[in-house]
Design a protein around this ligand. Structure first.
Ligand SMILES: *[C@@H]1O[C@H](CO)[C@@H](O)[C@H](O)[C@H]1NC(C)=O
Ligand SMILES: *[C@@H]1O[C@H](CO)[C@@H](O)[C@H](O)[C@H]1NC(C)=O
Ligand SMILES: *[C@@H]1O[C@H](CO)[C@@H](O)[C@H](O)[C@H]1NC(C)=O
Ligand SMILES: *[C@@H]1O[C@H](CO)[C@@H](O)[C@H](O)[C@H]1NC(C)=O
Ligand SMILES: *[C@@H]1O[C@H](CO)[C@@H](O)[C@H](O)[C@H]1NC(C)=O
Ligand SMILES: *[C@@H]1O[C@H](CO)[C@@H](O)[C@H](O)[C@H]1NC(C)=O
Ligand SMILES: *[C@@H]1O[C@H](CO)[C@@H](O)[C@H](O)[C@H]1NC(C)=O
Ligand SMILES: *[C@@H]1O[C@H](CO)[C@@H](O)[C@H](O)[C@H]1NC(C)=O
Ligand SMILES: *[C@@H]1O[C@H](CO)[C@@H](O)[C@H](O)[C@H]1NC(C)=O
Length: 423
């Protein structure tokens, strides 16, 4: 009689199959999932090791995408301190001081424990190994301002924990930051371009905030760096909203004029749209556009009668609410531009879900002009609280959970297209 092979042997005998195809791999996963923690740890290590060997190892299935017909932007925040935060602030070495609210002294941490629950489906659980598989040999680039940098950092923190030391790196090459997962030949990048088009604020650190000047019809310098990037995620909003008018050039670089912000924004997006149509290869590149990240500058908007800002807010708002800081005019301009575009851009409409999160900003536990706030500044939150940027872990992680679902959906769609073509 043949002896039952030991568990470890069974796993070993599956290795060759595991390399053969996704399907078999799924089976391996199933077998492994049934093992005790001990072994599944071993398996996790194995998967990691295998992934390094450039083989497809994770079972990316329809469950990882977005359920058809589900609007993931409609829903509510639910308390879930079991699954969230998805990483710990102090376990991610790539966060800049601006977002590490706990380290900077924020006394409460409830803001880390909310999970976004769409009404009609559940977001897939963020699995860094799956995302790295999707990013294998590819580049994911976030383009925009410091809010977008927060989303970039969030994404890096979401994946970095599964990559061993020495196999990951973060380089600053202004105006870019590049995170590399060596064994996947994958990179997650950030490109500073607060207006998307060119401006006098394009220097990554030495940029004027007050005397801003936007070149509404110039994008070539930036565009060069975006060419061929597999996944591009654009965002631009808050820099436009400083005053109702903005100095800009259009046509001649010497003819500076004051433009209505909405007019200027529309012209800039047209420039971007033209660049997209001439430079993006829709078969090999995928583009996302983030809706505006809301600000919470006036507490009377959600708490009538109060005169503060987002400072000392510890919970999301109950009902939906739309702050005056989120311009529906700008929203409409983005919508119109994307509708006219010949290239399919996925619009991630995260504004409403983030509006609930008056509790998620860095307030007085962030930076101002590159420095943590002084004691004196902290004692004056009405003047100094930052209600634009977000603590990490926090709200931008949810934007990335949604982006993740789209990236996996895209992967599934392109694989099924490939499969159909091969029949
Ligand atoms: C892949 O995972 C999905 C859901 O997690 C599961 O239903 C499916 O059976 C798995 N595929 C294989 C081949 O095991
Ligand atoms: C895990 O493995 C160790 C030895 O590798 C063993 O001593 C321990 O009992 C195992 N634990 C479980 C829960 O199987
Ligand atoms: C999670 O939240 C519940 C309900 O508020 C609380 O009882 C529990 O102690 C929390 N768990 C942790 C680990 O913080
Ligand atoms: C690594 O990825 C880049 C794109 O990000 C690609 O151009 C290059 O060919 C890849 N190298 C290998 C060895 O796969
Ligand atoms: C910053 O930019 C301004 C204007 O472009 C320039 O005059 C100044 O020398 C720059 N400062 C540094 C430190 O580069
Ligand atoms: C535009 O620039 C001029 C000259 O520097 C300045 O006086 C004006 O205030 C600027 N307008 C805006 C809206 O910033
Ligand atoms: C500027 O914008 C305001 C508000 O959107 C609008 O009422 C006004 O007509 C605009 N002016 C121009 C010149 O477009
Ligand atoms: C913050 O809010 C709590 C109640 O939610 C209140 O007791 C406390 O005094 C507030 N702190 C400050 C500094 O406003
Ligand atoms: C984004 O969502 C908001 C509210 O949820 C809605 O008012 C707006 O029209 C949406 N924008 C687009 C372009 O779909």
């Amino acid at each position: 009689m043949m002896k039952q092979p030991s568990l470890d042997r069974r796993i070993q005998s599956l290795f060759p199959y595991a390399l053969a195809s996704l399907l078999v791999l799924g089976t391996v996963r199933l077998v492994l999932d049934n093992l005790k923690n001990n072994q599944s740890h071993f398996v996790q290590q194995f998967l990691l090791w295998e992934a390094k060997e450039h083989r497809i190892l994770v079972n990316i299935s329809a469950d990882d995408g977005i359920k058809e017909g589900c609007n993931v932007f409609e829903g509510k925040w639910v308390w879930d301190n079991e699954s969230h935060p998805l990483y710990k602030e102090d376990s991610c070495p790539y966060l800049v001081k601006q977002v590490t609210c706990q380290r900077n002294g924020r006394p409460d941490s409830l803001y880390q424990n909310w999970r976004w629950q769409p009404n009609a489906c559940r977001l897939p659980r963020f699995d860094p190994l799956k995302l790295l598989e999707v990013l294998r040999g590819k580049r994911l680039m976030f383009v925009g301002d410091s809010v977008q940098r927060g989303q970039f950092e969030s994404m890096v923190c979401l994946v970095q924990s599964v990559i061993p030391e020495g196999k990951k790196s973060l380089h600053r090459i202004p105006p870019m930051k590049i995170f590399k997962a060596e064994e996947y030949n994958a990179s997650i990048e950030y490109y500073w371009a607060p207006f998307i088009v060119e401006s006098n604020s394009d220097h990554a650190t030495n940029h004027t905030v007050l005397k801003r000047l936007v070149m509404l019809d110039s994008i070539a310098k930036h565009g060069k760096q975006w060419e061929g990037v597999d996944f591009l995620v654009f965002e631009s909003y808050v820099w436009w909203m400083y005053k109702p008018l903005i100095n800009a050039t259009y046509g001649s670089p010497y003819n500076v004029q004051e433009y209505n912000v909405t007019t200027a924004y529309r012209l800039a997006l047209e420039t971007w749209a033209n660049w997209m149509e001439s430079s993006i290869d829709p078969h090999n590149q995928k583009v996302f556009f983030m809706s505006m990240s809301p600000t919470h500058l006036w507490s009377y908007e959600w708490k009538p009668g109060s005169h503060m800002n987002c400072f000392n807010e510890s919970h999301p708002t109950q009902g939906p609410y739309w702050g005056t800081g989120s311009s529906l005019e700008i929203m409409k301009i983005v919508q119109d531009t994307l509708q006219d575009l010949k290239i399919d851009v996925t619009f991630l409409n995260i504004t409403q879900l983030s509006e609930f999160r008056k509790d998620g900003h860095t307030t007085i536990f962030g930076e101002r002009k590159g420095k943590l706030l002084t004691k004196e500044q902290r004692s004056d939150p009405k003047t100094y609280a930052d209600c634009i940027h977000w603590c990490l872990p926090g709200v931008p992680d949810t934007w990335n959970e949604i982006l993740y679902a789209h990236l996996l959906q895209h992967y599934l769609n392109s694989r099924s297209n490939e499969a159909q073509q091969n029949v």
